[in-house]
Design a protein around this ligand. Structure first.
Ligand code: NAD
Ligand code: TDX
Length: 348
């Protein structure tokens, strides 16, 4: 089978590629990624050495490039991770979120129709449901919870979900959607809460906690998310939406304190800063459907996953130091400019 993974040079997409290469070695993986600031080819170093892996640099919103890739690579399954993913950036500059997350998704859907793929999977987020109150721990997001977005990021992701559902209903495109809670683990870009706090703490820099730090996120180890997507693309029913989460709710301030304790750093490094505009209070997923329908259960407890993640950042300093220095953005040209298996299609 040929699996086209978009956004595979980012955090979750790269973890998914490694999951597939390990668990389904007979499949071919084609990674399509624009290599924005969040895409890092060093992350895919180990994959580049495999014969059944190929990297193509392109923009999912570039229709001509995407059609050419579908024509030459003949994907059976498309898994769309490509997105602008950072809420704070969407608050500063919404436009690129619409371009990539909405227009990009529509181009991929059109390509899937044109080339009759077997499955299109949209990697969505629990943020499309908006937020839950802090004083109602009995409430959870189910697949029936109405879409009710807060940020330009979540609005763009919800718009993409609506398009995917429309293509299923109107054109009978075999689509699935997954809506996952916050991920953490290796290769997480250091603008997001957990890697940012680990890296700042290691440098004895202040840890900027938005507002009181009482906002709650439902954390899932990235490999558990990858296992869920793998199940959905192989066994999930077309037209369905699946929530993914492991009942791992934590207040931001407690996550930050856990990181400080694990690194032996003082809590005096914590600095409460101005709150995020429109800051969602609590996310919490009800994963009953994916458990009952596909037998998925998360394997990694937060206590273990966070220690493993901290250790990964300690063991992989070169990876994140190159990001902080900006060097990783030259890596593509330097390392892969002339390699035959690396292709570039585009108007980039
Ligand atoms: P990320 O920002 O780490 O990676 C995004 C990747 O997409 C990068 O490699 C980037 O270069 C690529 N990309 C961006 N625009 C592109 C374009 N126009 N064409 C081709 N490639 C492009 O993001 P992530 O955290 O890995 O998230 C992946 C997906 O999972 C996103 O769709 C996100 O909405 C969703 N999601 C993320 C989380 C989370 O906690 N990180 C949780 C639920 C859902
Ligand atoms: O410096 C910070 N200080 C802070 O208090 C940062 C970067 C974040 N925060 C808070 C904001 C959130 O309440 O921590 C929480 C987590 O923030 P992010 O890591 O930015 O994640 P979040 O906004 O929850 O969104 C993430 O989960 C859902 C991903 O980035 C999305 O792509 C995904 O859809």
């Amino acid at each position: 089978m040929n699996i086209l993974v978009t956004g595979g040079a980012g955090f979750i997409g790269s973890n998914f590629i490694y999951y597939e290469l390990k668990n389904h070695p007979a499949d071919n993986i084609i990674c399509l990624d624009k290599l924005t600031y969040a895409g890092n080819l060093q992350t895919l170093d180990r994959a580049m050495k495999k014969d059944h892996f190929k990297f193509i640099r392109a923009d999912i919103a570039d229709r001509r490039a995407v059609y050419r890739i579908f024509e030459t690579e003949k994907p059976d399954i498309v898994v769309n991770f490509a997105a602008e993913s950072h809420v704070d950036r969407s608050i500063e500059n919404p436009e690129i979120f619409l371009q990539t997350n909405v227009i990009g998704t529509s181009v991929l859907l059109d390509a899937c129709r044109k080339y009759s793929i077997d499955r299109y999977h949209q990697v969505s987020t629990d943020e499309v449901y908006g937020d839950l109150p802090l004083d109602r721990p009995d409430l959870f997001f189910t697949e029936e919870t109405p879409l009710h977005t807060s940020s330009p990021y979540s609005a763009s992701k919800a718009s993409a979900d609506l398009l995917v559902m429309a293509y299923h209903r109107t054109y009978k495109l075999p689509t699935t959607i997954s809506r996952c809670s916050n991920n953490y683990g290796p290769y997480h870009f250091p603008e997001k809460l957990i890697p940012l706090m680990i890296i700042n703490a290691l440098a004895d820099k202040k840890l900027p906690v938005y507002g009181t730090g009482e906002n709650v996120r439902d954390w899932l180890y990235v490999e558990d998310h990858c296992a869920a997507i793998d199940l959905i693309i192989r066994k999930g029913r077309p037209g369905e939406v699946y929530n993914i989460g492991g009942h791992n709710e934590r207040r931001n301030i407690d996550v930050v304190k856990t990181i400080l304790a694990a690194l032996g750093k003082p809590e005096s490094l914590i600095e409460h800063v101005a709150d995020r505009k429109g800051h969602d209070r609590r996310y919490a997923i009800d994963p009953t459907k994916i458990h009952d329908a596909l037998g998925w259960l998360p394997e990694t407890k937060f206590e273990d996953g966070i220690q493993r993640t901290i250790q990964w950042y300690l063991d992989n300093r070169a990876w994140w130091e190159a990001i902080i220095s900006g060097d990783y953005q030259n890596y593509y040209e330097k390392m892969y400019g002339n390699r035959p298996r690396l292709m570039e299609y585009s108007t980039l």
